[in-house]
Design a protein around this ligand. Structure first.
Ligand code: ADP
Length: 248
């Protein structure tokens, strides 16, 4: 039997919202270690696809398999997170009155209650993780600051750090650079590549300049299925993609 090389595989996927098919006949594969950008016009089904992957939306037809054998539709959202799929939504979910370090600790000891995760002893392995991921998101020297006092970009990185510290195998990010300054956007792109050294990543992105600069492989969605896949160069030269985006 051939070894499974795809971390995600969708077959003939369909998502139906009261008769409206947000995803229709979608086939998709993602290999271990990829950094994949998902683009496409508004309403193409990008968010719905991420929703299926993290268990928030259930398919009405077809399958979404994680690591070849895990049928995602059979699991609840929180189980899927435990199986190793992390999702960052656009709305922030950090505790503004806690410090950066405390937020990271909470996420690291997520199975404990709020208070106990802050007062229980941190093992040396956990400390190493905290140091590592704080440095990765560029917040080592702000670990004692309240999350609420961070810039918009820093808050987003903290949230990414809180996902990373749980060490998911697959990370799903929705417009990670939205609302950021040029300098923050640049850092976010670099962070994506750092993350991708160890993890498989899917990024939904509307900012084409960001995609051009940081994407490896791009999947273009349109009307609930996949229109094209390839490098940014391939995609930019594609007539069909231009038609969908520009109405040509
Ligand atoms: P994208 O992220 O590419 O902009 P979405 O996945 O958000 O697209 O939406 C795809 C289509 O499905 C849109 O037409 C949207 O209005 C519709 N849709 C999304 N979620 C729901 C829902 N919960 N109920 C009904 N329609 C929905």
């Amino acid at each position: 039997k051939q070894a499974e090389t795809a971390i995600l595989r969708a077959e003939n996927l369909e998502v139906d919202f009261d008769g409206f098919k947000a995803i229709l006949g979608l086939d998709f594969q993602l290999q271990y270690g990829e950094l994949r950008f998902l683009i496409g016009p508004n309403g193409a089904g990008k968010t719905t696809l991420l929703d299926v992957i993290c268990g928030k939306a259930k398919p009405s037809k077809g399958k979404m398999l994680f690591k070849g054998h895990i049928d995602i539709a059979r699991h609840q959202e929180h189980q899927i997170a435990q199986l190793g799929i992390g999702r960052k939504f656009q709305a922030p979910s950090i505790f503004m009155t806690l410090s950066v370090l405390e937020n990271m600790l909470l996420s690291l000891k997520q199975n404990r209650g709020l208070l106990s995760s802050l007062i229980t002893k941190t093992t040396s392995e956990q400390r190493d993780k905290l140091v590592h991921y704080l440095s990765m998101i560029g917040l080592s020297n702000k670990s004692k600051e309240k999350a609420g006092s961070l810039s918009h970009g820093e808050k987003q990185w903290l949230e990414i750090g809180m996902l990373l510290i749980q060490e998911p195998e697959l990370l799903l990010l929705d417009e990670p650079a939205a609302g950021m300054t040029d300098a923050e956007t640049e850092k976010t792109g670099e962070l994506l590549h750092k993350i991708n050294n160890n993890q498989t990543v899917i990024v939904v992105e509307h900012d084409m300049e960001f995609v051009r600069q940081f994407a490896k492989t791009v999947t273009v969605m349109h009307e609930g299925s996949i229109l094209r896949e390839g490098t940014m160069q391939d995609i930019q030269q594609d007539d069909k993609v231009a038609e969908v985006y520009l109405g040509r």
